[in-house]
Design a protein around this ligand. Sequence first.
Ligand code: PGA
Length: 249
Amino acid sequence: MRKKLLAANWKMHKTPEETLAFFREFLPLVAGHSRDEIVVCPPYTDVHAAIQSAEGSGVAIGVQNVHWKADGAYTGEISAPMLVSLGVTHVIVGHSERRQYFGETDDTVNLRLKTALEAGLTPICCVGEVLEEREAGLCDDVLRRQCVRAFHAISAKKAAKLVVAYEPVWAIGTGKTATPEVAAEAHAVIRSEAAEVFGPEFAVNLRILYGGSVKPDNASSLMAQPEIDGALVGGASLDPKSFTAIVKY
Ligand code: PGA
């Protein structure tokens, strides 16, 4: 069985002090919770505070992006070896906000994935259609294209740690959640594409998270879908109580 993964994407929120305060409240609430994996992805500037806070708790710390080169003249970028040396274990790759505002393409997603996997990080690769694509009946095509390009020239062996997050862009931060059935359909498309690329055995074990306005009151119906292997949570992960309610769906 695939163990569910509940991941917090804090986006550009919280200072180190606020990070410490979050973990002071959050960790006792989830102490001993071993049914699911829990990951918190704060901004880079909070990583140190997050890792110190979460040490020994079983809660893993991730980040929201990674550059594909190990080092070099790339002003403003952060590399995989830098993250690994801090104790970071997960990285979100190809989030729709990166695609929309920062020029992320399917090709750079592929580069980042390769680098993250090479470094032993667990990448959470985000895919998802925009509203116009869904309305035009292009959802499946878009998901297949994003997956094929993201997974290009990566072997099943190398991809072992890969996690995918289905995040319909129209559901992110909008309060509009995909129904569990709509999400499950999209997950099935992603899983069949993963089977094409990596083989059926890989696809059966691949964890596919849902993201987009996951809240305490819709988490359990989403998580009840066998196709949905966890959640990537933005807004509702900023508050320790609300993220706990999601973790304990
Ligand atoms: P949201 O964000 O939960 O605030 O919709 C999800 C995400 O962008 O990962």
